[in-house]
Design a protein around this ligand. Sequence first.
Ligand SMILES: [Zn+2]
Ligand SMILES: [Zn+2]
Length: 254
Amino acid sequence: MDKTELKPFWVDLHVHTLLSPCGELEMGAPEIAEKAREAGIDIIGIADHNTCENFPGVSGAAAGSPVVLPCIETQSAEDVHILCVFPSYEAALSYKEWLWKRIRPIPNDVDTFGYQIVVDAENNIVKEEETLLIQGAGYEVDQIVARVQEAGGLAILAHVDRPAFSYPAALGPMAEDYPADAFELSCRLNSGEAQKWREMYPAPRAFIRSSDSHSLSTLSRANCTRMMLMEPTFEEIKKALRGEEGRRISWPWG
Ligand SMILES: [Zn+2]
Ligand SMILES: [Zn+2]
């Protein structure tokens, strides 16, 4: 492969919608697509808590610009967040079916947590999700990582630098060879802080940066990851995380 054919793409795999109770109502399908385009982001992952049902709406609104990938931010039994990225909506739904065998039927309290709304590409309401999405599923983080990878997806430990809902917060430091496809750092870190993580977990460990957007204002190149890819696809991202065939994550990300 001629590496000169690789081009930079801006990737933000961690974007919530109005389906997440903590996501602002402004996180509708056309709004997210338009803001990501304006911000020059090439690939976004729609990653709501424990579900993925707003993927079709946002993907339809984006119509390929940006490219939209189906993701699920899974919460484990230990309250660890795992960013799960799938090659297709079918793969995401099949994983979700497994996940929801161990999601408790706790009703969402809208006044406490916020609305959980599924929309189509024009923001018409498809349904309101009645089960509380912010809850730990009855699977351990190791089981979730293995299941996502079996389904052909990428399992990324979310915001490992954060003091809550991260692997270190719940279980202590990750082993250097922990079998996740990448560790995610939150966009709050400056480059020096990110560099410290790199020193603790040297290559080939992959790090990504994501916005974890709950509102439109944080969709920005400054909050995501620049990757050198042939084209904006799941398969190319997978290669970049593994450093295969010249695909790579630009580091440091400044
Ligand atoms: Zn999270
Ligand atoms: Zn999140």
